[in-house]
Design a protein around this ligand. Structure first.
Ligand code: IDC
Length: 490
C-alpha cells in the first residue's frame, strides 16, 4: 500500500473585481495496485464587471494519467450562470457546473495542466467557487490569503492553451486536410512586403469581420464560429471592438474580456484573430491614445503566448495627417511589443484607411515615412460599390513596397448598405488573391444592411449553414473564402 502525501494548499486572492483561487488536493490511494492514483490542483481566476464575468480555470492533474476528465464545481450564488465557454463542454444544472474535456485536451499526463474558461453572468453577487472535483475526486484545502495582484487588467491568469498540435483533432470538425490555418502557419511575421508563415513563406489569410461586438454579440457563439471555421473554411476572425458608440469606452474591462474570449474561440478553431481597435468617430486616433495603451497593454499581456493574434491598432483614422497616425502608432506599438514582441501589428492609414487616396493623397506619404517599428503592416479598406479602379491601381502600386492588410472591405457602398457590386467585388478579390493580400469582409452579422453576410434573423435562429442563411454578399464572399488555401510549408 502506498500513501501519497496529503497536499493542503489553497490561496484566495480578491482585489477589486479580480479574484483568484488555488485549490490543491491529493487523495489517498486505496490498497489495490490497479487503482489509479487521483488528485488535482485547480486555479480559478475571475474578472468581473456589472452583471458579467470571465472565469479562467487551470487544472493540474496530480494523479495518474487520465484519458478523459470531468471538472465539477458549484456556484456559491444561485444567480451565477455559465455563458459562452471554451476548451471544454460546459453544462449547468441549478448551481452545479460541469466541464468535460474536448478532444484535444482529454489526455492529461501526471503533472500535466490544461486551461479552460467561460464568460458568465451573475445577478446579485459573484463569489468565487471554493471546491472542485476532477473525475469525482475532491480538490480541497485551506485558505491562505496572499498579496493581491495589481488592480489593473489583465487578470493574472494562466492563458488558455495554445493551439493543439497538428496531429490532434481540434474540437470542431477539422477542415479538409485535417489541419487548421494556425496549425499550419503558426506564428506569423512580416517578410518584405508580405505576411509570412512560420516557414517564411508568403501567405494570404481570408476571413470575416464581426460587426460591432457591442451590438451583435448574439452572432458570435459556438455554432456561428463553427460554421465560420468549418463551412466557410475561414482563416481569420476580425474582432471589431468599437471604442465609441457604446463600445470599449463604456466598459473597458468588460470589452477586454469579450475580446479575449473571442481570441480563444478563434484559437480553438485554428483561426487567426485580428483584434480591431475600431476607432471611427472621432477620426483622430490620438483622441483614444490612452485607451489604446490600456487596452493593448491588457490584451497583449494576456495573449502573448498565442500564435493566432494580430493587433489592428486603429480601424480608420480620418481627418488627420499621416504624421499624426504615425505618432500614434509609435506610442501604441511599444506597449504591445513589451508584452508580445513577435506579433504582427497593423496600422491604419489616412483617409479611412485608404492609404490616403480618399484624402487626395497616396501611399507615398507612408513609403517615404514609414512607422519606426518592425513587423508592421498597413491597413487598406475598400467598399466595392464606391471604390474602384483608381483605388485598385494604388493598392497594386503600393503592394510592391508596403505590407498591406485589407482588414475590412464591403461588397457594397461605403455606407455599408445598398446592393452588392458583383463586378467590382470580384475584381477586388481577384487582385487581393493575386497579390496575396489578406482580407476580412464586413460583416459576419445579420444586420439588415447590404454588407451583412447573414440574413436578418439568422443569429436568433441559431442556424448558420444551409440554403436560407446567407445574403447575396455572404454567398459571394463565402464562395471566395472557402476555396483551398495555399499555405506553403517548404
Ligand atoms: C457601419 C455599419 C453600420 C453602423 C455604422 C456606424 O455597417 O451598421 O451603423 O458602421 O457604426 C467603415 C467602418 C465601419 C462601418 C462601415 C460601413 O469601419 O464601422 O460600419 N465602414 O459604413 N468604413 C467604411 C465603411
Amino acid at each position: 500500500m502506498k500513501l501519497l502525501p496529503r497536499l493542503s494548499r489553497r490561496t484566495l486572492v480578491m482585489a477589486g473585481a479580480v479574484g483568484a483561487l488555488t485549490v490543491a488536493a491529493s487523495a489517498v490511494v486505496p490498497t489495490a495496485d490497479a487503482q489509479a492514483a487521483t488528485g488535482c490542483a485547480v486555479t480559478y481566476t475571475t474578472t468581473s464587471w456589472a452583471g458579467g464575468f470571465t472565469a479562467n480555470i487551470a487544472i493540474k492533474n496530480l494523479g495518474d494519467a487520465v484519458d478523459g476528465w470531468t471538472l465539477g464545481f458549484t456556484f456559491p450564488d444561485a444567480g451565477q450562470r455559465v455563458g459562452q465557454g471554451w476548451s471544454a463542454t460546459w453544462s449547468q444544472t441549478g448551481a452545479a457546473v460541469t466541464a468535460r474535456n474536448v478532444a484535444w485536451n482529454g489526455t492529461l499526463a501526471t503533472g500535466a495542466s490544461t486551461s479552460i474558461g467561460f464568460n458568465g453572468t451573475w445577478a446579485s453577487a459573484n463569489p468565487v467557487p471554493t471546491s472542485f472535483t476532477l473525475n469525482g475526486t475532491a480538490c480541497t484545502g485551506t485558505t491562505t490569503p496572499t498579496t493581491p495582484p495589481p488592480p489593473t487588467t489583465p487578470p493574472p491568469t494562466t492563458p488558455p492553451p495554445t493551439t493543439p498540435p497538428p496531429t490532434t483533432p481540434p474540437p470542431t470538425t477539422p477542415p479538409p486536410g485535417g489541419v487548421t490555418p494556425v496549425a499550419i502557419n503558426g506564428q506569423l511575421r512580416v517578410c518584405g512586403a508580405n505576411l509570412c508563415n512560420q516557414y517564411g513563406k508568403p501567405i494570404q489569410l481570408r476571413g470575416m469581420s464581426t460587426h460591432g461586438i457591442q451590438w451583435f454579440a448574439n452572432c458570435l457563439n459556438d455554432a456561428s464560429l463553427d460554421a465560420l471555421a468549418d463551412d466557410w473554411r475561414a482563416d481569420l476572425l476580425r474582432i471589431a471592438m468599437y471604442v465609441q458608440e457604446d463600445g470599449y469606452e463604456t466598459d473597458p474591462a468588460g470589452f477586454t474580456n469579450r475580446v479575449n474570449g473571442l481570441v480563444d474561440e478563434a484559437e480553438q478553431r485554428g483561426m487567426y484573430a485580428l483584434i480591431d481597435f475600431h476607432t471611427l468617430t472621432p477620426g483622430d486616433p490620438m483622441y483614444n491614445l490612452e485607451r489604446a495603451k490600456t487596452f493593448f497593454g491588457a490584451v497583449s499581456a494576456r495573449n502573448a503566448a498565442k500564435k493566432n493574434v494580430i493587433y489592428e491598432i486603429a480601424n480608420e483614422p480620418n481627418g488627420v495627417s499621416w504624421a499624426t497616425i504615425k505618432s500614434y502608432a509609435e506610442q501604441v506599438i511599444p506597449v504591445i511589443r513589451a508584452n508580445d514582441p513577435d506579433a504582427v501589428v497593423v496600422v491604419g492609414t489616412r483617409g479611412w484607411s485608404s492609404l490616403g487616396v480618399s484624402d487626395g493623397s497616396n501611399a507615398n506619404e507612408i513609403i517615404n515615412n514609414p512607422v519606426n517599428a518592425t513587423n508592421v503592416m498597413y491597413t487598406f479598406h475598400f467598399y466595392a460599390a464606391s471604390h474602384k479602379d483608381n483605388y485598385r491601381a494604388e493598392v497594386e502600386r503600393a503592394a510592391a513596397r508596403l505590407p498591406l492588410f485589407v482588414t475590412e472591405f464591403g461588397t457594397v457602398a461605403y455606407t455599408g448598405d445598398g446592393g452588392v457590386d458583383v463586378a467590382s467585388s470580384t475584381a477586388w478579390i481577384d487582385l487581393l488573391d493575386r497579390l496575396k493580400i489578406s482580407y476580412a469582409n464586413w460583416t459576419y452579422s445579420d444586420k439588415a444592411e447590404g454588407s451583412a453576410a447573414l440574413r436578418p434573423g439568422t443569429c436568433a435562429s441559431g442556424v448558420y449553414t444551409g440554403p436560407n442563411v446567407l445574403t447575396q454578399s455572404g454567398a459571394l464572399v463565402r464562395d471566395r473564402i472557402r476555396t483551398p488555401d495555399n499555405f506553403p510549408t517548404a
